[in-house]
Design a protein around this ligand. Structure first.
Ligand code: GLY
Length: 346
């Protein structure tokens, strides 16, 4: 088993092992004295993986209650959060019990926020079931829901008590969901680790399972280092946003429909690299294409740029964007938004 110790304000381990889901009860029993658990999942993951998790939890003596909601980003909302609070209350979950998020980013984000706020904080465990959730959203403590004003606008930093990554679970993912997770993995290689980038270059979407554990380990370890330095996202953690300024703009332009987050990130990484580090462009585009990810966007830059600024009323405001001029060396650059526009339109 691969193990990563995340030394944040509330330290925890990330366990990476094939078949770990079937052993999750044993691992969770090590992080709580309680034998009462609330499992939160979605209807797709429920069908595929819930029983395996429950069997293992029951074997360790856990009494489990389950709340499942329809899969999709729409579920990351206030109404569903309210339903989760009601479920936790009806299940008599106390501050000494444990909440388990079994699912992708949506399940992890809303469950984490419920755990951060219910009874002013209950311990929770992440069992991420998508590649994107394993390498990104389950680690680092960002939890949130969406409101009408925007995505992830209400949330909290709440580090989990444990993260359990089982790469066998990823075999059940649709190809495009696996591919979008690769967008984030390629990002880690670009910003911090050329060897990881080379490992991904030596495979493609059809063979990535061969390197899955090693790749997930390296990506999570990069995130660990960054989060340990900057848990509350005030500086270095921004480097994780490589490709995200334009990626988020592409997602928003599409009104978050018909495009995956990781696809936006891949396109965003390629576009900024094309413009500001063209010497790396071919290599980056080749690896994105190998994982069936976009290497750019047909949307005119003029239409995308307004989605890049958080403060649309103040164009003189600074914008932070990430650039990699060498593979493994991501840097945060801060410029007035108008200058960013000139760079991208130039
Ligand atoms: N997903 C970016 C971060 O955790 O900061």
């Amino acid at each position: 088993m691969r193990k990563i110790n995340v030394r944040t304000s509330h330290p925890y381990e990330v366990l990476i092992e094939r078949g770990a889901l079937a052993e999750c009860g044993k691992y969770i029993a090590n992080v709580t004295k309680s034998r009462k658990a609330a499992v939160i999942t979605d209807d797709i993951v429920e069908k595929l993986h819930l029983q395996t998790a429950l069997d293992s939890l029951k074997k360790e003596g856990f009494e489990c209650s389950v709340y499942s909601f329809p899969n999709g980003e729409e579920a990351k909302c206030l109404e569903n959060l309210g339903n989760i609070y009601d479920f936790l209350c009806k299940s008599n979950i106390t501050r000494s019990d444990i909440v388990i998020a079994l699912g992708g980013g949506v399940v992890g984000d809303i469950t984490g926020f419920a755990a951060a706020s219910y009874l002013r904080g209950v311990e929770f465990v992440q069992i991420p079931t998508t590649l994107l959730a394993q390498v990104d959203s389950s680690v680092g403590g960002k939890t949130a829901i969406n409101i009408a004003g925007g995505k992830n606008l209400v949330g909290a930093f709440k580090q989990p008590a444990l993260v359990i990554c089982d790469s066998d679970i990823l075999k059940t993912l649709p190809e495009e969901t696996l591919a979008e997770g690769m967008g984030e993995c390629i990002k880690y290689g670009m910003i911090r680790d050329e060897k990881l980038f080379e490992l991904m270059e030596s495979h493609d979407l059809s063979t990535v399972d061969e390197i899955m554990d090693e790749m997930v380990y390296e990506c999570v370890d990069i995130k660990r280092i960054i989060v340990e330095h900057d848990e509350c996202d005030r500086g270095e953690r921004m480097v994780l946003n490589f490709g995200h300024t334009l990626g988020h703009a592409i997602e928003a332009w599409h009104n978050y429909k018909g495009i995956f987050h990781g696809e936006g990130v891949a396109a965003g990484m390629c576009m900024i690299t094309d413009r500001l580090a063209p010497q790396l462009s071919d290599r980056l585009k080749k690896v994105c294409a190998a994982y069936k990810l976009p290497t750019g966007s047909d949307i005119p830059m003029k239409e995308l740029l307004p989605f890049c600024s958080k403060d649309k009323k103040n164009e003189a405001k600074d914008i932070n964007y990430i650039i990699c001029e060498e593979i493994g060396k991501g840097e945060i650059v801060k410029v007035p938004f108008t200058e960013f526009c000139r760079l991208m339109e130039g």
